[in-house]
Design a protein around this ligand. Sequence first.
Ligand SMILES: Cc1cc2nc3c(=O)[nH]c(=O)nc-3n(C[C@H](O)[C@H](O)[C@H](O)COP(=O)(O)OP(=O)(O)OC[C@H]3O[C@@H](n4cnc5c(N)ncnc54)[C@H](O)[C@@H]3O)c2cc1C
Length: 368
Amino acid sequence: MLYDMAVRFLEAEIAPRYEEFEKAEKFDRESWLKAGANGLLCASMPEKYGGSGGTYAHESVIAEALGHVGTDGFGIALHNAIVAPYILHYGSEEQKRKWLPRMATGELIGAIAMTEPGAGSDLQGVKTRAEKDGNQYRINGSKTFITNGQLANLIIVVTKTDPEKGAKGTSLIVVETDEVEGFERGRNLDKIGLKSNDTSELFFNDVRVPTANLLGSEEGQGFVQLMQQLPQERLLIGAQAISMIERALAVTIDYVKERKAFGKPILDFQNTQFKLAELKTEATVGRVFYDNCVARHIESGLDPVTASMAKYWLTDLQCKIVDECLQLHGGYGYMNEYPIARMYRDARVQKIYGGTNEIMKLLIARSL
Ligand SMILES: Cc1cc2nc3c(=O)[nH]c(=O)nc-3n(C[C@H](O)[C@H](O)[C@H](O)COP(=O)(O)OP(=O)(O)OC[C@H]3O[C@@H](n4cnc5c(N)ncnc54)[C@H](O)[C@@H]3O)c2cc1C
């Protein structure tokens, strides 16, 4: 039911304006508020904090609807299944009451700022510093590649509270951007795909926040918190991958039935049939694996190694299948008016963010 409702909402409210968002290279706040009013924000947060009381399964269904409708650039999945859980799992009662209900309405738009110009895969190299000053933290540093960066007004910032201690000196601090001075948004970065999904540099110049904005009962827990939450982030990228794979196949099967060459539909060539038979098989294997990961995640939390497998394997498969589907469109596949062209551009980053696929293999290799 949630899936059907999400699809109806996205088809009615988001898809018709998607080109506009692609051109503007970001969404508008109104769409976020509408998503909140329609129950698509914070589905897995408890009802007492304004959510719908669901689980990751509900977030997955929303992410899959985004992919199936072709509105992948709407950054609500990250807000729902990545940012909000940090507050739920590590926030104090007061923090949860303060932030989650406004995240559920869309009044607060969430982002997570880990990456810096000098620290991507190697997160321990984060330089952004948070120094305690009375009952405040003073934050200095810069972040880059931050999803929702142009719109976000609740940002979880990965900082060093004790640079001497490396990973153990890392802390997550919430910055409510509407309430601070010294915070600046940099450029909305010019990407090759996912155009409607804004990605930004962020600058923190003596930004002061209350010490009560620290997530967790004491400083230095940030790295462990990140490691605990990354499996869900990686699984979510898997949801985005499998849903785009399914859409790519659906639009391609329609196309090859319509398009004719040498007097017959492209689908009548044995190469097309065999190619699509292979892709459909791989997509089915991917779907079964993804659903199995979701079931395990809901039951007892997916282990980091399997989550890394899901992220790496499903996104590699996504890029491969989308490329093959584009090929079956011929020259039309390269034209932006065909959905497969945008899928081709949008898919590529999936192998990079959320931990590159090489880092996923490192994590898997450690379990050998
Ligand atoms: C569109 C987009 C959205 C993003 N959104 C966010 C966001 O919301 N929040 C956020 O914090 N970050 C975000 N990121 C950042 C993303 O997570 C990083 O780009 C990613 O982790 C890689 O870091 P890097 O770009 O510094 O690459 P690097 O770490 O410099 O890696 C460069 C290459 O070296 C390889 N490499 C690095 N280390 C190793 C190793 N030990 N062994 C083998 N190979 C290695 C990598 O796999 C890669 O191929 C986003 C990025 C993009 C492009």
